[in-house]
Design a protein. Structure first.
Lengths: 623, 256
């Protein structure tokens, strides 16, 4: 049973990580917890989880069609696991959709607000209905354990054929409609994948993938519980897959030739290489492998073949779902680790439920041994912790929940804190102003520099008034430039150097020199900079008190400094009125006449926190 | 009546007053460069932006308000729709956040509030509320050089063509938005190529929603057809099994 228990342990760990990410995603929003952006609004969660998940769950309708419609009785052992997988697969799809949707609590809107033109509307309805049908198809299995629901069970069993038929019809629709989703994007999807018969291709590949998924699942679960493999049944599935893959390949290639895109396959671009890889892995190689006489009964061939089809077809879904659009959008989206973890976590949860179901219900003809049902064993100390964690089933639960909680905590710790706290503001490093008498300040405005006549300002204000602007120096420095402390263009930064203050080479301070005794050592219990550095002139004491030691972004700092002084000067005389115009500092490429005609006002459209002259009551620096 | 906007690139001086006016009218918050924003300056808080191009060319980017909008056709709940006056508007109360509109837009216009835990799609709404009141959109109203003007789409097309005719050699002989993807309500007149406003693929003059329409029309047939095929297959197989069983019995009885 160790194999099962260790697998579960790993699955619980992944689930723990995923839970942390999902929690953060709902608190902070999608932007800072994923790499999704305005150019790539659909990422891994749609391409892999939703598109791939629905395709992976195709095993349910394929196997029921074989068993109930085509009356191939020998496939009976595969039917219940396949239907269960399909059901869990659809639950996983819905769950990942809930994580991906911006407003998941509005998902029921699809029921009342209709837009039948939208393929997504149709996919949504089909997935909803099919999940219910799958529930009805599978529920007789768990209901078997409860005798008082026998009537319901009999009722469900009676209409099973109807459910199966409905399930096949619904699956046909949405498996193909997932392809229709992309018909409207000829401008994004690379031509090798774009096709008017994309829905048909999606349906055929879903059938192939469904067959292989049933085979793979049989192989894995029997390996996990060390049961005798269903080699002959799997071999039959492999044989059937050869035909489906053959049809898929022909449809795809003929379509490409008819559209005149055949030369694109071998033109050497990354898309063409991806296409060749995808078709080889998903279709050509497995089909050839299975087609050799006797090969499909070889267990190693079954393993490799089924895994290849699964990976290849998933790659196809990911390609269509966004990967090959990157060429057109010019974006460089790669999923953040959070996205990958959530995808894996959802699969893990579904697998855990699957394992639970086969241990507790008659999914297989013979239930596998549960840990609880093991014969009595004397207490065994855990290898790692050297403690007795209880009887086998208790120790299993203890370990699993511990793994979940620890990984949840790790996940929380690993969240991209910089993104979360700056709310995704791009952290652009400031470049130092260059020049001597005239300083050239790059305000990140497409390399349009602000020409700052430094020498002229000195002569105007007076030689002894450097501190009007230069309010703070680095230790041992006389004229620290703005960019030394205001290092970030748009985000506030911390400028207190804690380690220097505690180091022997620095101020050599003890904790209680700054932090109040008996309080947590954080910014709230600490002294202000100005309590010790009484001679320093801080730019704006209010700012320091409000967000302890956080200093303004470069843009805000310079605007504060220049605009407030300019505004004061502008009020003094009519000649200086246009000192408050943006164009005074930010020269545009317009001629002077043109710029003067526009009648600028100070209303900066772009930047935050600029304190405008009207709202500023008094300035501490002027005293 | 279908209204629109005509932007003449040769007249734009890049003063950004349209951007500021748009922010003011729609009470959009101040904006900072975020990790999810991309090059063209549009964002959830910037519904229009001005792109600098070489030689003092300024190109204003905004929603094109297509005659047959792809975004509205793909929205599963109909949160986006084209109003009678021609504006493509968004109903945040219906939206469920699937972002299919962002995927489907051939001009890459709709933006998302990625930083918001309760995010909505944001884009230019052609100031439809101001138009209904009898006013102009904020951007055309404030433009100091009349580079961007508001009017009925038909009139604007006439004006554009007249300008091309009256100033030979000044413009490229094309009104952007006249025919692309079935035509757009926002038109451009220019002396530089404006194809960068859309994806670098010839979009054609066929409206994009038509591409899905054929697939969507065949949905009921596929549904019923698959059911019929499956039932028929089942009937044939059952009948065959029955026959073979009877044959077997007959054989057995014959053998006896």
């Amino acid at each position: 049973m160790n194999r099962v228990r260790n697998t579960k342990l790993v699955l619980w760990m992944i689930a723990g990580f995923a839970a942390a990410v999902v929690l953060n995603r709902f608190i902070f929003g999608l932007g800072v917890t994923t790499n999704l952006n305005d150019k790539t609004p659909w990422g891994l969660w749609i391409g892999f989880d939703v598109m791939g998940g629905v395709a992976l769950a195709a095993g349910g309708f394929v196997i029921t069609a074989i068993f109930y419609i085509m009356k191939r009785e020998e496939f009976h052992p595969l039917v219940k696991p396949a239907v269960l997988t399909a059901f869990l697969g659809y639950l996983a799809v819905i769950f990942s959709l809930l994580v991906d949707l911006g407003l998941p609590w509005n998902i029921w809107h699809m029921i009342i607000y209709w837009n039948p033109h939208s393929p997504l509307f149709e996919v949504g309805w089909c997935v909803m209905l099919y999940t219910m049908v799958l529930l009805l198809e599978f529920s007789p299995v768990p209901l078997e354990n409860f005798s008082r629901y026998a009537k319901i069970r009999n009722f469900l069993m009676k209409f099973r054929f109807v459910f199966v038929l409905l399930g096949i019809m619904l699956s046909t629709l949405h498996q193909s409609s997932l392809g229709s989703l992309f018909l409207i994007m000829p401008f994004k999807l690379f031509p090798l994948w774009y096709s008017n018969i994309l829905p048909v291709q999606f349906f055929i590949s879903a059938v192939a993938l469904g067959l292989m998924m049933v085979a793979f699942e049989s192989l894995v679960s029997h390996w996990l519980y060390k049961r005798e493999q269903e080699t002959n049944l799997v071999a039959k599935l492999c044989k059937a897959t050869v035909w489906v893959l053959g049809i898929y390949f022909l449809v795809k290639i003929i379509d490409i030739i008819l559209q005149g895109k055949f030369n694109l396959i071998f033109d050497g671009s990354w898309q063409s290489n991806l296409f060749i890889t995808e078709v080889l892995v998903s279709t050509v190689l497995p089909a050839i492998m299975f087609a050799f006489p006797g090969f499909s009964k070889n267990r190693k061939v079954q393993w490799t073949g089924s895994i290849m089809v699964i990976i290849g077809m998933m790659l196809n879904r990911i390609d269509v779902g966004g990967l090959v659009m990157l060429g057109a959008t010019g974006d460089s989206y790669t999923p953040l680790w959070t996205e990958i973890v959530v995808s894996l976590g959802i699969i893990s949860l579904a697998t855990l439920i699957f394992l639970f179901a086969i241990e507790h219900y008659h999914v297989w003809d013979i239930k596998p041994m549960e840990p609880e049902a093991l014969p009595y064993t004397p207490p065994v100390f855990d290898d790692a912790s050297k403690t007795w964690l209880g009887t086998p089933e208790v120790s299993g639960v203890t370990k699993h929940s511990l793994a979940f909680v620890i990984c949840f905590a790790f996940g929380m710790g690993l969240m991209p804190g910089g993104h979360l706290h700056s709310k995704g503001v791009d952290n652009i490093k400031v470049t130092r102003a260059s020049g001597f008498d005239t300083l050239y300040i790059n305000g990140n405005r497409d390399d349009q520099l602000v020409k700052f006549p430094h020498a002229a300002h000195i002569s105007r204000i007076g030689k002894d008034s450097c501190f009007v602007c230069h309010h703070l120096n680095f230790p041992l420095e006389n004229l620290s430039s703005c960019s030394e402390c205001h290092t970030s263009m748009y985000t506030r930064v911390d400028f207190f150097n804690h380690s220097w203050h505690t180091s022997a080479e620095g101020a050599n301070l003890k904790c209680n020199d700054c932090h109040k005794t008996g309080m947590t050592k954080n910014t709230n219990s600490a002294k202000l900079c100005s309590d010790c550095h009484t001679t320093y002139k801080f730019a704006d004491n209010e700012n320091l008190i409000n967000d302890k030691y956080q200093i303004l972004s470069y843009v805000d700092a310079l605007h504060n400094l220049c605009v407030s002084c300019h505004a004061r000067e502008a009020k003094k005389s009519k000649e200086k009125e246009n000192l408050v115009l943006c164009s005074t500092c930010h020269k545009t490429q317009l001629s002077e006449n043109m710029a003067a005609n526009i009648n600028w006002k100070i209303k900066l459209p772009h930047f935050n926190n600029v304190i405008l002259p009207e709202t500023k009551s008094g300035d501490t620096r002027s005293k | 009546m279908s209204v629109g906007i005509l932007t003449d690139i040769t007249k734009c001086i890049g003063c950004l007053k349209c951007v500021a006016a748009c922010k003011e009218v729609h009470k959009l918050e101040e904006d900072e460069p975020r990790i999810w924003q991309k090059d063209d300056g549009l964002s959830a808080e910037n519904w229009t932006s001005v792109i600098r191009k070489p030689d003092e060319h300024y190109v204003r980017k905004q929603c094109r308000h297509c005659i047959e909008p792809a975004c509205a056709s793909v929205c599963p709940v109909g949160a986006l729709h084209k109003t009678k006056i021609g504006a493509v508007v968004y109903d945040s109360g219906k939206c469920l956040g699937c972002r299919y509109c962002m995927m489907a837009c051939p001009f890459g216009i709709p933006r998302y509030q990625w930083d918001n835990p309760v995010p909505h799609v944001e884009k230019c709404i052609l100031c439809y509320d101001r138009i209904e009141k009898g006013e102009q959109p904020a951007c055309t109203n404030i433009c100091p050089t009349s580079a961007t003007i508001f009017g009925e789409r038909g009139d604007l097309l006439k004006i554009a063509k007249a300008r091309i005719k009256d100033n030979p050699g000044k413009y490229i002989n094309k009104v952007w938005g006249e025919n692309e993807v079935g035509g757009t309500s926002v038109l451009y007149l220019s002396d530089i190529n404006l194809d960068f406003l859309a994806y670098p693929v010839n979009l054609g003059t066929k409206p994009l929603p038509e591409r899905t329409a054929t697939a969507m029309e065949s949905v009921p047939f596929a549904f019923v057809g698959m059911g019929g095929v499956m039932l028929g297959l089942n009937w044939v197989i059952r009948r065959r099994m029955k026959l073979s069983k009877e044959q077997g019995k007959e054989k057995e009885s014959a053998d006896e």
